[in-house]
Design a protein around this ligand. Structure first.
Ligand code: ATP
Ligand code: PRP
Length: 230
């Protein structure tokens, strides 16, 4: 058996990951056809490279099917609890920075803080016949943050993409999502609450704490960490 490293299979996160490893002496190369999810690592023995969905990497690390994985802090914290039971952070990679925030319509000029949101949420059900809806794919992190802030009268609406569009589509009144430049929020007439982010995320290299290791894999793991200067 060989050591398994999972990296995001598409987009900026994959490109930036492929640029980061050569700076540490390991080259990651796509192999096969253009759209084939196949790749290999050059410059290190006994390391299999797997291209996976960024959002599935946390689960594969937790199940011990990957020894190492690159994905965002947001996805790890959303999907694994407690994080430290499943993975150890090996290196922050310095890209993929984004904040998980809660945003409301720009027109809600008097909703600036979590406290304001709580006041609106409390009145919302009486006025509209249903609880205030918050669209997000970050269910766990959003619920935990709202609880901490004392906001109770809301419901989560699942949104796996184009979350900023849900307010205009009238399937939610507020959203919790990742933002970096803020352009998507502005374009969709949304504004983050004046609160620190729910979570600050960046692309990170994680090591599985649950993967069983043969002697051979342990040796490959040690070589990998030394090569990366970890
Ligand atoms: N605008 C952004 N700027 C910086 N990082 C971002 C941005 N949007 C998403 N990310 C980060 O990229 C990572 C992966 O996000 P992405 O949405 O591509 O995953 P995914 O949709 O789960 O992937 P897949 O479609 O393969 O399942 C997350 O950790 C996220 O924080
Ligand atoms: O603040 P900004 O720079 O505008 O970036 C924010 C956007 O980036 C991400 O979407 P992405 O395109 O990665 O896909 P998604 O909608 O599937 O999450 C995120 O979900 C926001 O929609």
């Amino acid at each position: 058996m060989t050591l398994k490293l999972g990296i995001p299979s598409k987009g900026r996160l994959m490109a930036d990951t492929m640029d980061w490893f050569p700076t540490r002496g390991i080259t990651l190369e796509k192999t096969g056809a253009d759209r084939e999810y196949a790749a290999r690592a050059v410059g290190i023995e006994g390391l299999d490279l797997l291209l996976l969905s960024a959002s599935e990497i946390p689960r594969e690390l937790a199940r011990g099917r990957l020894h190492f994985g690159v994905t965002g802090t947001d996805l790890i914290h959303e999907r694994l609890a407690p994080v430290e039971a499943f993975v150890a952070e090996e290196a922050k990679l310095g890209f993929g920075q984004a904040d998980l925030i809660l945003a409301v319509p720009m027109a809600w000029t008097d909703v600036r803080t979590a406290h304001d949101l709580d006041a609106v949420a409390a009145q919302f059900r009486a006025a509209h016949g249903h609880r205030l809806r918050i669209a997000t794919k970050y269910h766990r992190l959003t619920r935990a943050w709202l609880k901490e802030q004392g906001v109770a009268d809301y419901q989560i609406v699942d949104s796996q993409g184009a979350t900023e569009g849900t307010v205009a589509a009238e399937t939610a009144e507020a959203i919790a999502d990742i933002t970096s430049t803020g352009e998507t929020l502005t374009a969709n007439h949304l504004r983050p609450l004046d609160e620190p982010p729910i979570l600050q995320s960046q692309a990170t290299l994680w090591r599985s704490l649950t993967a069983m290791l043969s002697d051979e894999e342990q040796a490959a793991l040690d070589r990998f960490r030394v090569k990366l200067g970890l």
